[in-house]
Ligand binder design. Structure first.
Ligand SMILES: [Zn+2]
Length: 154
């Protein structure tokens, strides 16, 4: 018997739901992420969500930024815009964010999962270590989009 922790991304994404399909209401995802994680892990829930995102980002297999954007939109993480791209950093905006769009303002950045996916995927694509900081949030602070500044470390 295998632990769920040993399952691959491909195995986790595989479903057998011929009549219901792969889509679920966003609210179900948010309950697991915001409520279950927070209750079980407290302050560590942000790190757990970020680490899960990194795992997914690295495992997506995107070969370039355009492919990554397509994958994130296909996964319905949000609508993705690259606002700035230099040698040192990339600024990515997420509209209709899966974690927070439509939530009342909660006064904190809630989108560690998305930041992890973006950072992990860019590390994998560019073969450079990243540091991700969320600077805007729809649900956290009422911003028009969630924004992630990805800085490249040496
Ligand atoms: Zn968000």
């Amino acid at each position: 018997m295998r632990s769920v922790l040993d399952l691959t991304l491909a195995e986790l994404f595989k479903t057998k739901r011929p009549s219901l399909g792969n889509n679920i209401p966003v609210g179900l995802y948010r309950i697991v992420k915001h409520v279950a994680f927070e209750r079980a892990l407290g302050k560590m829930s942000d790190k757990a969500a970020f680490d899960a995102g990194v795992l997914i980002g690295r495992g997506l297999g995107a070969k370039n930024a355009n492919e990554l954007i397509g994958m994130l939109e296909e996964l319905k993480v949000g609508k993705i815009n690259v606002a700035e791209q230099t040698e040192k950093r990339i600024v990515i905006r997420v509209l209709e964010c899966i974690s927070c769009s439509g939530l009342p303002k909660i006064g904190k950045m809630p989108c560690f999962f998305e930041g992890g996916i973006i950072g992990g995927a860019l590390e994998s694509i560019l073969k450079r270590k990243t540091e991700v900081k969320q600077t805007k949030s729809i649900g956290g602070f009422g911003d028009p989009y969630c924004e992630f500044v990805v800085t490249f470390r040496k």
